[in-house]
Design a binder for this molecule. Structure first.
Ligand code: APR
Ligand code: ZN
Ligand code: ZN
Length: 397
């Protein structure tokens, strides 16, 4: 791949990146959320140049994850901030870098990270966590750390807030250099965009958080992209039985492709799902994954595991303020429960390796892309997710 050179434009994977914008404000299109449940407005916005240790990215593909949907719906009141540019699953090309950024340069292919890795803090230096002390996932954060300002503004100069440190529903975005990772320039940016959240979260939960062992049994609750990725991850590690649980039976078709062996629709049962699973598996599964964000489902997932050693991993985002429906004494039965952020992958140091495994076919990324639309049809893409019709609808900018 060539450098940006002196020509005014150069092609990367057929995408043109202007290189005369360095240090200047860029005016481009973004999908702005003006209020809860209001259709996103595609409009001109101004994107400031990256400051020290920041990177400005030309987004090439983005898709919509359930967390974007929750933010748009305004589900968690304390996290509301409008106007805002949502979006956190994407892939793109570095347009320019701010002072001090040495691990990336103009033209690099990158994936934004909502759960950043500064590389220097006590958390980043520990092998026990992927939560950085400075850049960990933070839905409350709406401005850049260095100066407490937004890099986005409307044409009349009013600030537009950032979301999940990434804001990918924009032709250009600015992120902290710890919230973006360089990837193989030969990899398809469309496929790589999936690694920004859903697929990495699900697969990583099976590989890193649960460390699924060959020959084990698994139950996955909620067969959206996250649940299906957890199933694909478990399958890749040699799980022999993977039970998919969803109230939408249309999801079972994809579940089968992803390696699920059995399916349960709770609506078809006269008893609790956990009782059914315990009978099917002689006492319960080794691992269960909660991928719905529903507390009743979480309890079923917890009770579906085998006593003595069962592990439940929470992936769903649960609205506040309700607490976990588990009595402390129930943990004395030897069932464990834990959460997983970004599949316990350290984004900057471990995502490139995971991307390579996906490209080698360990995980079939294509199966997660059910729809493709131009960026201008982003509201249609939201609707597809709301109606349960899409796993990932990839939008091309
Ligand atoms: N029982 C079983 N399945 C359910 C239930 C329920 N009570 N409620 C919802 N589901 C299923 C839906 O039918 C859907 O197939 O859960 C699935 C959720 O999938 P998506 O909406 O596509 O969400 P996804 O992007 O996979 O994210 C799953 O993880 O990141 C979080 O916020 C996200 O909580 C969400 C979860
Ligand atoms: Zn750190
Ligand atoms: Zn997400």
């Amino acid at each position: 791949m060539g450098s940006m050179g002196d020509e005014s434009k150069e092609s990367f994977n057929g995408v043109f990146v202007p290189n005369d914008t360095r240090g200047k404000v860029i005016t481009c299109k973004a999908a702005v959320a003006w209020g809860p449940k209001e259709p996103l407005v595609i409009q001109d916005v101004q994107v400031d140049p990256p400051q020290s240790m920041e990177v400005r990215i030309k987004i090439v593909f983005t898709s919509i994850c359930h967390t974007d949907l929750s933010a748009w719906l305004g589900e968690n009141e304390n996290q509301r901030a409008f106007p805002r540019i949502l979006g956190h699953e994407a892939a793109g090309i570095v347009e320019s870098v701010g002072e001090g950024v040495i691990d990336m340069k103009e033209g690099d292919h990158v994936v934004p990270l909502f759960n950043g890795e500064c590389g220097d803090c006590v958390y980043c230096k520990s092998e026990k966590t992927n939560l950085c002390g400075k850049l960990r996932v933070n839905p409350m954060k709406r401005v850049m750390s260095i100066d407490g300002k937004s890099r986005f503004s409307s044409m009349d100069g009013k600030p537009i807030y950032h979301f999940l440190s990434t804001s990918t529903f924009s032709e250009y975005t600015v992120v902290d250099s710890g919230c973006v990772v360089k990837i193989d320039p030969n990899a398809s940016l469309k496929k790589m965009s999936l690694l920004s959240c859903g697929v990495s979260t699900g697969v990583g939960a099976a590989w890193n958080t649960a460390n699924v062992q060959p020959g084990s049994t698994v139950a996955v609750f909620g067969l959206g992209a996250v649940g299906l990725a957890a199933a694909a991850g478990a399958r890749a590690k040699g799980a022999t039985r993977i039970i998919g649980v969803d109230i939408n039976p249309d999801k079972f078709v994809k579940g089968k492709i992803m390696g699920m062996t059995e399916f349960i629709n709770p609506k078809d049962l006269k008893r609790c799902v956990n009782e059914e699973i315990k009978e099917l598996t002689e006492g319960g599964v080794d691992y269960s994954f909660e991928c719905t964000g529903n507390l009743e489902v979480l309890r079923e997932a917890f009770l579906s595991t085998h006593d003595g050693w069962g592990l439940t991993v929470i992936l769903g985002i649960h609205g506040s303020p309700r607490l976990m429906p588990v009595h402390p004494m129930e943990l004395f039965d030897g069932r464990r429960i834990t959460g997983s952020v970004f599949g316990d992958f350290k984004g900057k140091s471990q995502l490139p390796q995971f991307a390579e495994e996906c490209l080698n076919g360990v995980i079939n990324l294509d199966e997660f892309i059910t729809h493709e639309l131009p960026f201008s049809k982003i509201n249609e893409a939201f609707q597809l997710l709301i109606e349960g019709k899409s796993l990932r609808c990839v939008l091309q900018l």
